[in-house]
Each structure stands twice: as structure tokens, then as C-alpha cells.
Ligand binder design. Structure first.
Ligand SMILES: Cc1cc2nc3c(=O)[nH]c(=O)nc-3n(C[C@H](O)[C@H](O)[C@H](O)COP(=O)(O)OP(=O)(O)OC[C@H]3O[C@@H](n4cnc5c(N)ncnc54)[C@H](O)[C@@H]3O)c2cc1C
Length: 471
């Protein structure tokens, strides 16, 4: 390779050919560009040699979409400056380079100063993820309950296409028609897993922070009590007060036990008290708004939790940024311990990868969906746990095979359950992507996949970007 920024792959870079799914790939070369010009110069050389490129962010993905399958690996983590901030008529926009990590974004927002404190609603819980990775997966955080889909918080993007041209794409300016449906061109790139082009800048839409925020964790002795409480959140509207529920997360008993067993491995949980082994489920809520509104809302929720069998005196309730962060750390420790368990099994059996559903069921009741999962899991032997968003019944069912035969059994279950879920009204690849882990599980006639095929033909017919992703 002539370009001094392209390095041959060797063991120094071993950590770059794996993500949190434990899927492991390979690459011939790697680069760490720091500017759009540098990216274009590297791409020019690779294109001339016919070498395909996989873009990579923070490697926190859980489907192997940023893991290369041959070709060149372009890590974006050194391309991470904050570029511009503007405010027009109450619209706050921040433009950043794609390698900026979410921790760095939070720090940058705190540094903005000004009379209004701002935040970026998507905030997927893994803060070492990059903004480019979030854009490419359209990942959602726990705030999805109140703030909705991630895509709407991107206002514009600069995208480098396979032929090296750079496009500035602004929301609402260009539309495509795919399968008879009108699609904003920006939304075509968001969630496309790096299959259409590489983001070189992203403009984020920010919102003003609310006056106060509280977090409450309710514990239940049976899962069905927690499901009834979640049903109430969905079906029984909360009265209008000067506050709203901004996050509603469900954590089942197996997830709690997994967390308790591995607590000592996560030093940040040192101060978290042990959870009574009698508890078999937990619902974590965040409430934001005016203090008086939050207090009224908390009272209503405590009353409802009590009616569903949860003792409000044993709930964990916190206010203030630091305390809330501690409770969020606890919530985040659930997927972290799940991933640790997968990593342990992967160490013993390298063919084991993360096996997790990512299905939402809009319009159904929570208990209906959990009953459906219970029925689907009835004859499956390997251990499993379930946690995730109560909104749209978007929980993740994680399986823990311990050997090759169980891995195969679980993969077969995944293929089967995705088809069953479609029949039950599910949207089967909601926030984590398809990548290289899930592609063989997906029904070939999936609408999202068909749409990606059509977009790939338009933007990257020669398959320059991310070989092996999705299809
Ligand atoms: C403990 C844990 C908790 C998590 N919680 C959540 C959660 O609550 N919600 C959720 O949705 N996800 C969650 N995730 C998954 C993960 O954090 C997200 O998918 C995240 O968006 C990945 O970002 P990344 O920077 O790590 O990207 P990577 O994993 O490196 O890559 C992901 C995709 O982005 C593409 N990409 C990266 N940068 C660019 C670029 N500049 N241009 C084009 N394509 C690019 C890659 O090619 C790849 O397809 C969690 C992961 C972990 C480990």
C-alpha cells in the first residue's frame, strides 16, 4: 500500500476484528483517518485496487455489522471533532464528526454553556458508541419511550459515496421512491449499517433539558405482576401533570440473577445494594418535568405499582443528575452482564456469538407479548433472559448456548421465532441491525431487507461498502 495512512493488518489490531457480538472477522489493512480529505485519499487508492471497505465506529455493535469480512477496515474513532453549533428560532443543531463517542458528545454539550441546557435524545445506553455508529444503526436509547425514533434527531449528514463524491444531505430536501413509498434521502442512509456510504459529518437536533428528572425502580415478586404494571402504563393513560414518563424498561428475574452473579466484575456497581432474591422482575422508569409534576406522577405510579403487588417502600427512587446516572449505570449493567456471559461462553467455544431478539410489537399489550415469548421458549433448553423497552413491547430475548450443538439449536430457534413474530405483528430488526450475525436468520422477503437491496443498487451497485452485511 502506498498511502502512509493505510496499515497492513497484524496482531496489534486484533481487537478491531470483533465487536460486542463476539463475531470475529478479518481484514487485509486498516486506517484511522482524521479528516474527510484523508478518507477520500485512502478510498481513492483502495478503489483503484478494487478493495472493499468496512466502516467501523466504537465496536459496541451487537450484530457484527462493523466487523470486516476481508478487504479494508476504516476505523472512524480518530475523526471526532465538534464542528459547529447553531440556534435558530428555538432549533438547536450541533454538527460533529462521526467518530465522536457519546461520552464526548455529553461533555461537548455540557461545555456549550448558554442559558438553555441541551441534550440529544437518542443516547443508546452504551456510551462508548460513536455518533456515526448510532446513525448507521439508528440505535435507540431508553428515552425512545418519550422521544421516539432516533432518525428524527439527525438533521443532516455529509456522506462519501463509493465513487468518492461527497453529498450534503439535509432532511426534507431530497426524496426517493422505493417500492412505491416516499423516503427522505437522509432516512435512507440512517440505519443502513454503512452499506451505502460513509458519514463524514452529522448534524444532530438537540432538545432543551427538563427542569428535573427522577428515576424509580419497582421490584415485583412475580413476572406476571410486572407485566400487569407494564400493561397499565400502555393501556391506562397517565393523568396530565407537569411531568412525563421518559423511560420505561423491563428486566426479568433471569437478567437480575445474571447481574447479581457477575456484580463483582463491574466495579461501578460496588455501591449498588443487592437485590432481594425473592424478586422476579423489575420495571425501571424515568420521569422528567417540573418538580411538583414529577412528585404527583411518582405518587400515581407508586399507587399503580402497589396495586400490582410491588411494595413502594422497597422501590429505589432517586433524583439529581449524579444519583440518576448511578441508577442508569445499573440499568446499563444488564446488557453488559449479558454480553459478559456470552463472552465467557465464546472463550470456551469460539463459534458462540450473541443471540438476541430485537423485535417490537406495536399495538399489543405487554403481557400478551410476554405470554407469546413464554410459549415460544417452552421447549428450548439453553438458558435465556429478557429485558428491554416496554414501549412498543420491544424487549430483547437473549439465549445462552454453552456448546456448538446448543449454538446451532439456538440459531434454528432464532430463524423460527423471527418468522413466528412476523405472523404475530412484529417488526423483527428494530434497533440493533442485522449485520453479519443475524443475516442468516432473516426471512429473505423481509420488507426492510428488500428496501436495502433496492438502495444498494442505487448507491453501491458494485458492493464497495461493508461486504457481508445484511445479505
Ligand atoms: C452494553 C451495550 C448496550 C447497548 N445498548 C443499546 C441500546 O440500548 N440500544 C441500541 O440500539 N443499541 C445498543 N447497543 C448496541 C450499540 O451500542 C449500537 O448499535 C451503537 O449504535 C453502535 O455504535 P458503534 O459506534 O459502536 O458502531 P460499530 O459497532 O463500530 O458499527 C456499527 C455500524 O455502524 C457503521 N458505521 C460506523 N461508523 C460509520 C460511519 N462513519 N459511516 C457509516 N457507517 C458507519 C458500521 O459499518 C456498522 O455497520 C448496546 C451495546 C452494548 C455493548
Amino acid at each position: 500500500m502506498n498511502n502512509r495512512r493505510i496499515f497492513s493488518m497484524d496482531e496489534t489490531y486484533a481487537e478491531y476484528v470483533r465487536d460486542e457480538s463476539q463475531f470475529t472477522g478479518e481484514a487485509k489493512s486498516i486506517s484511522f483517518p482524521r479528516s474527510e480529505e484523508e478518507i477520500r485519499s485512502i478510498l481513492r487508492e483502495l478503489r483503484e485496487q478494487g478493495i472493499p471497505v468496512t466502516a467501523q465506529g466504537g465496536k459496541t455493535g451487537i450484530v457484527g455489522s462493523g466487523v470486516p469480512r476481508g478487504g479494508h477496515l476504516m476505523s472512524m474513532t480518530d475523526f471526532s471533532q465538534v464542528l459547529d453549533f447553531s440556534e435558530t428560532d428555538g432549533k438547536y443543531l450541533l454538527t460533529v464528526e462521526p467518530g465522536l463517542r457519546l461520552t464526548e458528545l455529553k461533555q461537548a454539550l455540557a461545555r456549550l454553556g448558554g442559558p438553555v441546557r441541551l441534550f440529544w435524545p437518542p443516547e443508546p445506553t452504551e456510551t462508548s458508541a460513536t455518533v456515526g455508529g448510532v446513525a448507521a444503526t439508528a440505535a435507540c436509547g431508553i428515552g425512545v419511550y418519550a422521544y421516539g425514533d432516533t432518525k428524527q434527531y439527525f438533521e443532516a449528514a455529509r456522506v462519501i459515496l463509493a465513487d468518492g463524491t461527497v453529498r450534503e444531505i439535509r432532511r426534507g430536501e431530497h426524496f426517493l421512491t422505493i417500492d412505491g413509498q416516499r423516503l427522505d434521502e437522509l432516512d435512507a442512509f440512517l440505519g443502513s449499517e454503512g452499506m451505502l456510504g460513509i458519514f463524514s459529518a452529522l448534524t444532530l437536533r438537540l432538545l432543551p433539558c427538563t427542569a428535573e428528572q427522577w428515576g424509580i425502580a419497582f421490584f415485583f415478586k412475580t413476572e406476571s405482576e410486572a407485566w400487569a404494571f407494564a400493561d397499565g402504563l400502555q393501556g391506562n393513560p397517565l393523568p396530565p401533570v407537569a411531568a412525563k414518563v421518559t423511560a420505561a424498561e423491563y428486566i426479568d428475574g433471569e437478567s437480575i440473577r445474571l447481574l447479581e452473579e457477575r456484580k463483582e466484575l463491574l466495579s461501578k456497581l460496588n455501591n449498588v445494594p443487592p437485590i432481594d432474591p425473592d424478586f422476579d422482575a423489575m420495571v425501571y422508569l424515568e420521569i422528567a418535568g417540573e418538580e411538583s409534576g414529577i412528585e404527583s406522577m411518582a405518587e400515581i405510579l407508586m399507587e399503580r405499582a402497589l396495586q400490582c403487588g410491588s411494595d413502594p417502600d422497597r422501590a429505589w427512587a432517586v433524583s439529581g443528575e449524579k444519583e440518576l446516572e448511578a441508577l442508569r449505570t445499573f440499568r446499563h449493567a444488564v446488557p453488559e452482564t449479558v454480553n459478559l456471559a456470552v463472552e465467557e461462553n465464546h472463550r470456551n467455544h469460539p463459534e458462540i456469538t450473541k443471540l438476541s431478539t430485537d423485535i417490537s410489537f406495536p399495538g399489543k399489550m405487554f403481557s400478551q407479548v410476554m405470554d407469546w415469548y413464554a410459549e415460544c421458549l417452552r421447549d428450548l433448553n439453553p438458558a435465556h433472559c429478557i429485558f428491554g423497552h416496554i414501549g412498543e413491547n420491544h424487549v430483547h430475548c437473549n439465549l445462552f448456548p454453552e456448546n456448538l450443538s446448543e449454538q446451532e439449536q439456538c440459531e434454528a430457534w432464532m430463524r423460527w421465532v423471527l418468522r413466528e413474530a412476523r405472523g404475530f405483528g412484529g417488526c423483527i430488526a428494530r434497533e440493533n441491525g442485522i449485520g453479519k450475525v443475524k443475516r442468516s436468520w432473516m426471512p429473505k422477503d423481509d420488507a426492510e431487507l428488500m428496501r436495502m437491496h433496492a438502495l444498494k443498487k442505487i448507491y453501491d451497485p458494485e458492493g464497495f461498502w461493508n461486504p457481508g452485511n445484511m445479505f
